[in-house]
Design a protein around this ligand. Structure first.
Ligand code: SF4
Length: 263
């Protein structure tokens, strides 16, 4: 029985950075990764949890169960904007593939109603689940952080084996994918890491050539104490400058990749 409800922590209307056009982005709760830099730490646990309101001693619950009908009603409110802008629905998180059955039911509903679907994913799931969503997603935004598995394990808590295999699988089926690299100062932004990612794309993928680089932003840092959790970095990270981002962009472009800053 396909679940007709799932756990989300937000819905953002009129989003313009989560795929083409104007979009409604649904943020699923739950993520199997635990990235040091996560700017949505309230997305990581599958269950609802308490977070202090900003500058306050008062807590609120983050995370709620939503039915498929309720979600689709919210989505349909903006169909006119989707049609005019070439937009649609983006499912983000957390990691949407953690609630794959609910995800599939949303995708199928959108497919029926001709609503463009984008999946923002870490790619961390079984190949079986990737097969199940195949053909139901119009565009994948696919995070790639490290090719070096030890570093991936250290900074995200999981191996990248499934992630790389699933990416190769999507590539082999010529599924539209934009790779997104989070640029985290002193972590993912080294010349050697960008070189390894570029070489992996060039050597192991045939059809995927679009890459977005996403500069680190500090917006999430303040959420950790509000969730009673510690931020893993002991020093303060700074947002990469335009010059630094352009250098990374140029490095990727020397491998024939189509690169955009932001996304
Ligand atoms: S994959 Fe995304 S949501 Fe999950 S922990 Fe990493 S940054 Fe946070």
């Amino acid at each position: 029985m396909i679940p007709q409800s799932g756990m989300i922590f937000d819905i953002k209307r009129f989003a313009v950075h989560d795929g083409p056009g104007i979009r409604t982005t649904v943020f699923f709760k739950g993520c199997p990764l635990n990235c040091w830099w996560c700017h949505n730490p309230e997305s990581q646990q599958l269950e609802p949890e308490l977070i202090l309101k900003p500058n306050s001693e008062v807590s609120e619950v983050v995370g709620r169960e939503i039915s498929l009908n309720e979600l689709m009603e919210e989505v349909r409110r903006d169909i006119i904007f989707f049609d005019e802008s070439g937009g649609g629905v983006t499912i983000s998180g957390g990691e949407p593939l953690m609630q794959s059955e609910f995800l599939i039911s949303i995708l199928e509903e959108c497919n029926k109603e001709n609503i463009h679907t984008t999946l923002d994913t870490t790619g961390y799931s079984s190949l079986n689940i990737m097969r199940q969503i195949l053909g139901k997603v119009n565009l994948h935004l696919y995070d790639l952080k490290f090719i070096d598995d030890e570093k991936h394990l250290e900074y995200t808590g999981v191996s990248n084996k499934l992630i790389l295999e699933n990416l190769k699988f999507l590539d082999s089926r010529k599924i539209p994918v934009i790779i997104r690299i989070p640029i985290i100062p002193g972590v993912t932004d080294s010349e050697s890491n960008i070189k390894e990612i570029s070489e992996f794309i060039s050597a192991s993928l045939n059809s995927i050539r679009n890459v977005n680089i996403l500069p680190y932003n500090r917006l999430g840092e303040g959420k950790y104490p509000r969730l009673n959790r510690s931020y893993r970095f002991t020093h303060q990270l700074t947002t990469p400058s335009d010059k630094e981002l352009n250098k990374i962009k140029n490095q990727l472009e020397t491998y024939g990749l189509e690169v955009q800053v932001g996304g």
